[in-house]
Each structure stands twice: as C-alpha cells, then as structure tokens.
Design a protein around this ligand. Structure first.
Ligand code: AMP
Length: 555
C-alpha cells in the first residue's frame, strides 16, 4: 500500500531508497523548500535558496546530493559531496541528517570542525568518505595540510551562507571553492538575500534556479481574535514545557501540530500520562480510525488532538480553543493556515508555538508576514501552575455555590464548626479540593518536570531587524557579559563572536557591541540569552585559553 509520504516524496524525482528513508523517518510530505528545491537539484541545476533553519532545508539539499552520489559499496570512496556550514553545531547536525538519509545507500559522511581532534579526522579521511560537512576554517586547514582533496567533488553546498559571511569566512570560502572542480553542481542557502549573498552566488553558481518560500497574503479584513504566544525552550525540554503550558492553559479543544508520526505518538502518550484525553492523527491511520478519533473529539470525549500537518489538512475541525505548534511551522503560510482554526466566530483563541533558540528567525519571518507580534513568554513555573490550579479550584467552588444542593453538607460543617474556626475549616476543605484537582486524575503530587527545566531563554526585543553595530556601547535590549580574555591573549572580535555563536548555539545577530581590553572583553548579548551564553561558555577554550564569563558588574 502506498503511504502519503511515498506519494508526496515520490513526485520529486528522487531515488526510491531516499523516498523510503524519508518515509521511515515519519515525514509525510515534503516541506515547501523541499518541494521547490529538490526537483531542479535532481535535474542537475544549481539552486539559490532562501530558507532559514527549521524549514526542512537540510533535506532539501541532502536528498538531491545523495541522489547524485547514489549507492556506495564502500570499496572506492572519494569526496563527492561537500557541505560548508558556519558552526560546528550545525556541522554535527547536518552530518547526522545526511547519515540518516543516506544510510540506506551506504554513503559515508564525516563532519569536520574546529575543536575536534585533527588525528581523528585524518584517520577518518584516510578510510575514505563520500560526503564532508565542514566549517570553513577547519576545511581550509586540511586543504593547506594536503589532507583534504576536493578534486572529486561533484556537489557543493553552502549552507547558511549569510551566517558564514557574518562570521568573517568570506576569504576561507573563496579559497575552498577555488579547489572544487568547476564542473560541479552548487546549492547556496541563506536566510536572507542581502546583496553580498547575491554577489557570491553570482561567482559560485551557474544559472541557478531561485527558490524562496512563497508568501501568500492573508485574506484581509478578517481579524481573528487570537492571542499569539511563543515559548523558547531547549529541544531536550520541549515535552516538559509543552505539558506545563497545556496545564496552564487548560484547553477545552486543542490541536497540537508536530512534524513526524513518531513525535505525534510520543506526545499523545505524554499528554495521556498527564491525565489529558489526547488522541493521535497521522497518515498511518485507516479512514475508520480517523473517523473514530474525530468523532470522539467533536463530541468532547477527547480534548486534545495531536497531528501532523498532512493528516490535519482537510479535516473539518475548527473553533478550537487552542492551536499549538510543537515546532515552528516551516513557512509563514503554514503558520497562518494552522492558527486559522482558532479564534473563529468572534471567539477568543490562543496560538502557542514552541521554538528553539536557533529558530528565532522563523518567528520573525512569521511576524513580518502576518504583521502581528508574537509575544515571547516564559514557560510557566511551578508557582504559576499552583496559582493557576488554585484559580480553577476557586472557580469550581463558586460554581458549586451557585449550583446549590449544599444542605446535606451543612450539618457536617455546623458540627465541625463547633470545634474549629470556620475559616480554618473552609481552608482545609479548599486544600482538599485543590489537591484532588492535581493529584486525582493526573497522579502527580508536585509536578516534577518543573525543577528539571532550565532557565527559559527569551528574545530581547530589538528596535529594528538591522544588525547592531560592533564596537559601540549600550544597545537597547542587550546585556553586557564580561569575558576574561583580551588583547593579551590575541583575541579578536571574530574569535568572540565565533565562540559565543558556536557554544551557545545562537545566531551572531544576537551579539551586539564588543569591546576588547588588554586582559578582558565586554560583549553585548540579547538580554534573554545571557544565562544560556554564560553557561555555554563555562569551561570552554578560545585560542587555547580557558574562558571565564559572567555578567558585567558595571552593567
Ligand atoms: P531543518 O530546517 O533542515 O533544520 O529541518 C528541521 C526539522 O524538520 C528537522 O528535525 C527535520 O528532521 C524535519 N523535517 C525535514 N523535512 C521534513 C518533512 N518533509 N516532514 C517532516 N519533518 C521534516
């Protein structure tokens, strides 16, 4: 039987094994950037793509690259695919993705980045690899040592090219691209199409197909009353954060969108374990199963649907109290389409999005597309949840008072009232009611996930999207961090930007003014990201020197 994924991915011209790999990963259909970039790449054209992280762009170039490399029996490997990325974090992530998609073809991939042992990289290079994912600095090191031969490269990708330029890698890129044969295929991806990007794409690409995610305009005049909120959390803590947000919001009818079937199944289970009536909808269900799930949801037997985009499409479910995006949707249109299911018919709706710090650009894209602000909030704390529970208990007590029928309890209250203060007595009754609300069906006395959640990163509001000028002081929304390395350690601004962006996995745009003194430096970072940056730098080295970082005392 053909699944939805096979139908969606099989229209792109990819090798059947790659379609199978995507299906096995639970991808139900290609994302917008994949739909647009894969066919020209498979046909052998160069592509200039505008897409940020989170849009599925890795697969958009990795699948066609693997398609070109084809099955590898491992006997004679040479570097046929080269992917250049700005940070080591991205190098690892992209290499993992290529490995996932290409395992079925036997393709060997190697990430190469600074900070990793050169010996280990040399051994792996000697054994032979088909695809290399590298940061420009380390790739050039290897080229200069004569340990990386690029003369067999057929497919070159410059990923997050704007970031690489921002990090000062223009010269390295030039030197590396020069070593790659001219008769190659090239894909360049960038979140922006700044003039610098157009200029390098003119030099490195041949008649590229231009691929951007189309921005359809929203139907005017229909302003929904939707509260739009995003929470920025680390990937590892997303499930806990989602559970807490749901506890706080107590939705009556919600849909939670995820990317893959596996995520749908996992979240349905997690929410179920917390006492919610949650049901899964994905492309793997039969028509009968889907109908049953939908009936229960419409009747109110279940309160949360967890779904992939594809499965939810065409479903006649509207007037939801909440729409939750477990990940930032891969395009502004997808976001608008999803949240259109809430805030209907003059009712208030809530649209919630969980985002990782690295996905902030997608949120900004959405904001500039919808011309509405998404409010970035902190994940509710234990205290918030307790307060919320008490509010629900108080509402329930008022309803019970209004409903009447309390006569049979009055005798008990009177007799206890002879022995105890009547206020104490009422407080004890409220305590029992409140505990029952938490402990009863959810069987969770103290909400354990709360202590485990790290400080939540939030974005500082910046006045304009433009880049803050370096080597200036006092930008709005920025906080100064003191770093114990300065000119005497031969530290330059690029070292600091590189270290912070790499270690804290933040975009270099979140870094503002940098002031380098002899023995220390002061770096401005978007205020909400400060705890994460300080934590991430702890114990790390820059130019071989250990970093100490803390809030600037004068800040
Ligand atoms: P990227 O923008 O490449 O960082 O991808 C973001 C996330 O989307 C990754 O976790 C991918 O595994 C996932 N992803 C990529 N393509 C698809 C797809 N067609 N369907 C569902 N998830 C996808």
């Amino acid at each position: 039987m053909e699944t939805v994924a096979e139908l969606g991915f099989s229209t792109l011209g990819l090798h059947a094994s790659l379609v199978e790999a995507a299906t096995a990963l639970g991808y139900e259909e290609p994302t917008a950037i994949q739909r647009e970039a894969i066919p020209p790449l498979v046909a052998g054209s160069d592509v200039l793509g505008q897409a940020a992280t989170g849009t599925g762009k890795t697969a958009a170039f990795a699948l066609p690259m693997l398609h070109r490399i084809g099955a590898s029996d491992g006997s004679q490997r040479s570097v046929r695919g080269l992917i250049l990325v700005p940070t080591r974090e991205l190098a690892m992530q992209v290499a993992q993705a290529v490995h996932k998609y290409g395992r079925i073809l036997g393709v060997a991939v190697l990430p190469i980045y600074g900070g990793q042992s050169v010996q280990q990289q040399l051994r792996a290079l000697k054994r032979g690899v088909d695809v290399i994912v590298a940061t420009p600095g380390r790739a050039l090191d290897h080229i200069n040592r004569g340990t990386l031969d690029l003369s067999t490269v057929e497919f070159l990708v410059l990923d997050e090219a704007d970031e690489m330029l921002d990090m000062g890698f223009a010269d390295e890129l030039e030197a590396i691209v020069e070593k790659v044969p001219k008769a190659r295929q090239t894909a360049l991806f960038s979140a922006t199409m700044a003039p610098r990007i157009r200029s390098i794409s003119k030099r490195y690409l041949k008649n590229p197909s231009l691929v951007t995610i189309a921005n359809e305009t929203t139907a005017a005049g229909k302003k929904p009353r939707v509260r739009e909120v995003a929470y920025v959390v680390q990937r590892a803590h997303k499930t806990a954060a989602l559970a807490r947000v749901i506890d706080m919001e107590s939705p009556t009818s919600a849909i939670v969108f995820c990317r893959t079937r596996m995520e749908v199944d996992d979240l349905t289970e997690t929410l179920g374990a917390r006492g919610y009536q949650a049901e899964a909808i994905h492309g793997g269900l039969s028509q009968d199963q889907r109908d049953r799930v939908l009936r229960r949801f419409r009747e109110g037997t279940s309160e949360i649907l967890v779904a992939t985009d594809v499965a939810a499409r065409g479903l006649d479910i509207e007037n939801l109290s909440h729409v939750v995006n477990y990940d930032v949707p891969s395009s502004p249109d997808a976001y608008v389409h999803r949240i259109g299911r809430t805030g209907r018919a003059g009712k208030e709706g809530v649209a919630i999005t969980l985002a990782e710090a690295r996905e902030h650009r997608l949120l900004r894209n959405i904001e500039s597309h919808t011309k509405r602000k998404i409010s970035i909030e902190s994940v509710p704390t234990a205290h918030d949840l307790r307060a919320r529970r008490l509010e629900l208990t108080s509402n329930a007590l008022e309803e019970a008072l209004e409903a009447g029928g309390l006569e049979k309890y009055r005798t008990l209250v009177e007799s206890l009232g002879n022995k105890h203060d009547i206020l104490d007595l009422a407080a004890a009754a409220v305590k029992l009611a409140d505990q029952a609300r938490d402990g009863g069906d959810k069987a969770e006395p103290e909400i354990p996930a709360i202590a485990a959640l790290p400080p939540v990163l939030t974005f500082a509001k910046k006045s304009a999207a433009s880049k803050p000028a370096r080597l200036q002081n006092g930008s709005a929304g920025m906080t100064k961090i003191w770093i114990g390395l300065g000119r005497s350690s031969r530290i330059g601004p690029a070292d600091l930007v590189g270290a912070i962006a790499n270690e804290a996995r933040i975009n270099s745009r979140e870094i503002g003014a940098i002031d380098i003194a002899d023995n220390f430096s002061i770096v401005e970072v978007s205020s909400g990201l400060v705890p994460g940056v300080i934590n991430a730098l702890r114990g790390k080295t820059v130019r071989g020197k250990k970093v100490t970082a803390r809030l600037d005392r004068k800040a």
